[in-house]
Design a protein around this ligand. Structure first.
Ligand code: PGA
Length: 250
């Protein structure tokens, strides 16, 4: 496990950008699986800038995503909308390939099988993730078994509230289900990369690092991965004990 403790949101975005940019530059056929939400928005801006400036060539890159809401693909909250607005529509270069779960599928079981096949076809160098206030990663909510494979998850109330707030939508408009990679697929990436900013995540960070690995804090399972990389800002680290901080930054 590697921990990068940085000052604030911008420094977290820059640190994540450096890690992803290095992989994009060093690998001949990089595969990066991304996440959406408030946390990676700054990182996406840095990626768009560097790619459009010609600093990074993505002509042989595959981009994937960890999860997707169940709903109309064009709705404001979908991963599809986020990815096109924040990345694909902004780029002047096209990646070799990109994919994500199909939000509007009529056959969820088929969609899960299809996407698992895509993951097998494109082994991931990096799996980027944000952290839920309840410790979730992707849509693996507390209680998800650690042997779970990709599935369609039901959101907990705190996750629905975060979606409502982020996209300014009502409870009725907010999606309740989400396709997600399970722990099996998350742990199969070469490097799971978790980015966390802000005091609202501080308790989840404390549980992730200071409590025993436990299904009530899904992100804690990442500690079992030898290349787990965690980027935290000072606010997100604000509930950690002094000894944990010393150990994390040693
Ligand atoms: P956020 O979401 O980046 O919008 O805070 C993270 C998550 O809930 O996975």
């Amino acid at each position: 496990m590697q921990i990068h403790l940085v000052k604030d949101y911008n420094a977290m975005s820059a640190c994540a950008f450096d890690i992803i940019a290095n992989t994009l530059r060093q690998k001949s056929s990089p595969v990066i699986s991304l996440t959406t939400g408030a946390t990676p928005a700054g990182l996406f801006k840095l990626l768009v800038k560097a790619i459009n400036a010609g600093d990074i060539d993505i002509s042989n890159t595959v981009f994937l995503n960890i999860d997707e809401y169940v709903g109309n693909q064009r709705d404001v909250y979908t991963v599809h909308t986020f990815m096109f607005e924040r990345l694909y529509n902004q780029l002047t270069q096209k990646p070799k390939y990109f994919d994500m779960f199909n939000a509007g599928t009529l056959n969820k079981d088929y969609e899960i099988l299809r996407y698992k096949h895509i993951l097998d076809t494109y082994p991931r160098d990096i799996q980027l993730m944000g952290l839920g206030t309840n410790g979730h990663i992707g849509a693996c909510e507390p209680g998800t078994p650690f042997d779970a494979s990709a599935f369609c998850a039901e959101h907990k109330a705190s996750t629905i509230e975060s979606t409502m707030k982020l996209y300014n939508i009502t409870r009725e408009q907010a999606p309740t289900h989400m396709f997600t990679l399970g722990f099996r697929e998350i742990m199969a990436a070469d490097r799971p990369l978790l980015i966390v900013s802000g005091t609202s995540k501080a308790d989840a960070v404390r549980r992730l690092l200071e409590e025993p690995i436990n299904e009530s804090c899904p992100a804690s399972f990442l500690r079992n991965h030898p290349n787990f990389t965690l980027i935290l800002d000072e606010e997100a680290a604000s509930q950690l004990r002094k000894e944990t901080l010393e150990w994390a930054t040693r």
